[in-house]
Design a protein around this ligand. Sequence first.
Ligand code: UDP
Ligand code: MG
Length: 160
Amino acid sequence: MIERTLILLKPDALQRSITGKIISRLEDAGLKIVGMKMVWVDKEFSREHYAEHVEKPFYKGLEALITMGPVIAMAIEGVEAIETVRKMVGATEPKSSLPGTIRGDYAHVSYGHADKHGIGIKNLIHASANTEDAKKEVSLWFEDKEMHSYDTVHDAHTTK
Ligand code: UDP
Ligand code: MG
């Protein structure tokens, strides 16, 4: 099943200048970028995107980190892309995310450390968690006219 999912390269990924490395991993897996832009999120938009977390104790830190600089937003397409991308991203807490995942390879901080300092977990990337979130998030971030359909070599390889 071909799915679309939303990815955000969070401000910490841009500030560390590793967006190219992260995008390469998605391309290397054969996933297709069908939408892409740079956006500086404000507090209001953060509350929309992270609506499920607004009332949680860590929201203040999360809002601070997602608004601290621009993000790169991408709509990504591929076979069962939602689950595949979450697997590549790894666990939320970098301390627990496995080597080989984006968070596990490029971050290491624990919940305990972040909470002690009253800061959000800088884990580089957001990816939609499930089908419902992916649909909602792709349409929150992208208008239809910002989405593109085109062929990659992977299209041939996934159907023949
Ligand atoms: N987060 C945090 N502290 C926490 C839990 C989450 O700072 O105790 C941040 C972290 O950046 C995470 C984001 O809030 O990526 C959204 O949390 P969620 O549980 O949805 O994790 P994700 O889906 O990003 O893995
Ligand atoms: Mg989430």
